[in-house]
Design a protein around this ligand. Sequence first.
Ligand code: SF4
Length: 188
Amino acid sequence: MDENERVQNARKEMEQLVADSLKSYKPPVGAFFTNLKEATKAIADGSIRWARKNSLWPMQFGLACCAMELMDFGSSRIDAERKGYLLFRGTPRQCDVMIVAGWVTKSVVPEIKRLYEQMSKPRYVIAYGECAVSGGPWWESYNIIQGIDQVLPVDVYVAGCPPKPENLFEALMKLQEKVGGKVEDKQE
Ligand code: SF4
């Protein structure tokens, strides 16, 4: 048997194997619709992520001097509106981003928690400035907690005392990456 015949035989053998295995194969009922459902779900998930990513609504809320920087964030110098970040809302029910700007006293913790609980899900937290990150200059104080992450899950930290408004701009872009699925999401 020459080389050509051997190849022909091998091909026939393979074709027979495929034909035999297809004889016993029964396609599952509704397979097309199952795939369609999964495809629709994947498309919907992607669209929802895209919409969330491009419509972050921060809460109008400040605790101490970092809130001044937060106000500067809204000024013409930073021009945060070009990214659509200026929809600060006056009620937590219309917000999904809490920017903690300033030191957090133990007495105000229950109020911050309540505001967070009232925000719509999924919700995100940015610790803006040294006080919100770690307690800042008062990290050893008897009445100030050493960072908002002791009571809430923080997504992005912004360093500085005072922190630059430009860095808040970057923090929101990082949050967008997270909401858009580029970074692993936290578990609430
Ligand atoms: S980090 Fe600095 S600027 Fe911000 S609240 Fe604390 S002391 Fe004030």
